[in-house]
Design a protein around this ligand. Structure first.
Ligand code: APR
Length: 246
């Protein structure tokens, strides 16, 4: 048996025995569904912008139409995409072993949910759900906004913004706490398709390891948190996960 095959076999066994598994996913998880990673999305028309301009409140306030258009394009990509065999392997595992798996995702698409993992913890929000830029004192329904780029409230002019977490913003209430509970309590953590560059999500692997979990990274390239893992498997989400969890 080759070295990687042996490592995969041992990890497969750990996963089969684990009472609790936490899987942290990033943009690479959805790459094989045709959704470009954040950095890959900044190509073509968008290559002259930097992430802070397109993914920050200041950037949105400076040019709401530009940022709205960028998210509209990404949203259309999400709606056109389908879960890949990696998402489906996680959902099948959850169905077969109820109560064992917690998925924690940095992705703003809904592919884990559509594959069947409805309770995935979403650290960075949901690109398909808009919210008001300013908090609305009357609790108006964003669906009632007047169409535009971006849509706005006909009464007060409040703008809609994508329901994602931008750089410098707080994570959705309770999401990080729930993810930390899952990381601390798991026997095995898989870290799939993340560069490990964005905090606090990137800290979950080290947290799990300190609490005694076995940590494996699945990524075709190096990540910034490789040193936090016991094992780094160089491969893609859609090719590795079905073999590990099947
Ligand atoms: N399978 C697994 N991993 C992959 C694949 C694949 N098919 N293709 C690419 N990758 C890996 C890349 O090697 C890289 O390490 O996915 C990672 C993508 O990195 P990023 O684009 O930085 O995505 P992510 O780590 O999720 O970014 C975190 O930053 O952009 C913000 O809020 C956004 O949630 C995002 C956060």
């Amino acid at each position: 048996m080759h070295e990687p095959d042996a490592a995969i076999g041992a990890l497969r066994e750990r996963l089969a025995q684990a009472a609790s598994v936490c899987v942290l996913t990033g943009a690479g998880m959805s790459a094989e569904s045709g959704i470009p990673t954040f950095r890959d999305a900044l190509t073509g028309l968008w290559s002259r912008f930097d992430p802070a301009q397109l993914a920050s409140e200041a950037g949105f306030r400076a040019d709401p139409a530009l940022v709205w258009d960028w998210y509209a394009e990404r949203r259309a990509g999400v709606l056109a995409a389908e879960p890949n065999p990696g998402h489906r392997a996680l959902a099948d595992f959850a169905r077969r072993r109820p109560g064992v798996l917690t998925v924690v995702t940095q992705n703003v698409d809904d592919l884990h949910q559509r594959a069947g993992n409805r309770r995935a913890i979403r650290l960075h929000g949901d690109i398909l759900r808009d919210r008001w830029l300013e908090s609305c004192p009357r609790d108006c329904d964003p669906a009632q906004a007047t169409p535009g780029r971006p849509p706005r409230c006909a009464d007060c002019g409040n703008l809609l913004r994508p329901g994602v977490v931008w750089f410098g913003e707080m994570l959705p209430a309770g999401a990080l706490e729930a993810a930390e509970v899952a990381a601390r309590g798991c026997d095995v953590m898989l870290v799939v398709g993340t560069s490990g560059a964005v905090w606090p999500a990137a800290g979950l692997a080290a947290l799990a390891r300190r609490a005694g979990a076995y940590v494996a990274i699945l990524n075709p390239a190096d990540s910034e948190i490789d040193a936090d893992a016991h094992l780094c498997l160089r491969g893609t989400a859609a090719t590795l996960l079905p073999g590990l969890l099947g």
